[in-house]
Design a protein around this ligand. Structure first.
Ligand code: FES
Length: 271
């Protein structure tokens, strides 16, 4: 395979360029593919690189600044190299009070890293993250965006030790954990066929459904959206707007109550 940017020491191969184009081609508007394209860049380069930004911009026909704006807005895109396992400890309100803060502090000490830093062996990047919509299993830790539910400082240390030792670790609600780069490739839309490993939803998430079934509750019928007739042309749209404005002005004049003369007398026009 040949490198596209040999002068810039890039690792973007022709194969990666082809896959980036493949992602863009999935969408009616090619630029809609930018998010998965950036995940693919991360899967091959370990972070968002200038070369990756240029490649996305070239394929999508947008500027590097526009790509950069997206890449720096979302926290899942990393400008620094990420370790084999990204460990995100939820320190949002519920997880924090259920032990998330204690887990994060313990991992910082145990791994000897600060927030958003990687261990010397390149295995673990630790980051505190916001709510993962998994509050029913608080405190929650994510490893490469797979759930590790109901953690304690001790269980969290065990997870990172096992990962660093090369042991197979399973998500508590998903498949065995792959590396961060492998997970990024899945987020780019290239499945690893592990999605069906492990339970799909746990008892805590299904508790409300269980109660509803026991009591015979069901969701109300969804209201059917009203069909909206689109004007065939701009001229029709203008005419329709004029008609509707005229109707609304007529309605104002038809409001029962004070006449214009009465309004003048009571000062109603200025109210
Ligand atoms: S607060 Fe941690 S998952 Fe919601």
């Amino acid at each position: 395979m040949t490198d596209r940017f040999t002068e810039n020491d890039t690792r973007l191969t022709e194969e990666t360029w082809a896959e980036l184009r493949e992602i863009a081609a999935r969408y009616p508007e090619a630029r809609s593919g930018l998010l998965p394209m950036l995940h693919l860049v991360q899967s091959v380069e370990g972070r968002i690189t200038p070369e990756g930004i240029e490649a996305c911009a070239e394929i999508l026909g947008i500027t590097a600044a526009e790509v950069n704006g997206v890449a720096t807005f979302y926290t899942m895109y990393k400008r620094k190299p990420v370790g084999d396992y990204h460990v995100g400890v939820c320190t949002n309100t519920l997880c924090a009070i259920m032990g998330g803060d204690a887990i994060f502090e313990r991992l910082k000490d145990h791994l000897d890293v600060g927030n958003d830093e990687t261990t010397d062996d390149g295995k673990i990047t630790l980051e505190h993250v916001e709510c993962n919509a998994a509050c029913d299993y608080a405190p929650v830790m994510m490893v490469n965006w797979e759930f590790m539910d109901n953690q304690t400082p001790e269980s969290a240390v065990q997870v990172v030790d096992d990962l660093r030792a090369g042991k197979t670790v399973h998500s508590t609600r998903g498949p065995r954990l792959c590396t961060w780069r492998e997970a990024e490739r899945v987020l780019a839309g290239f499945p690893d066929d592990l999605a069906d490993e492990g339970p799909a939803a746990g008892p805590a998430s299904l508790a409300g459904l269980k109660v509803a079934r026991e009591r015979g509750w069901s969701a109300p019928e969804a209201a059917q959206p009203r069909a909206v007739e689109q004007p065939a042309s701009k001229a029709e749209a203008v005419a329709e707007a004029d008609t509707s404005r005229a109707q609304s002005e007529t309605k104002v004049e038809e409001v029962p109550g004070e006449t214009q003369a009465e309004k003048k007398a009571t000062g109603g026009e200025d109210k």
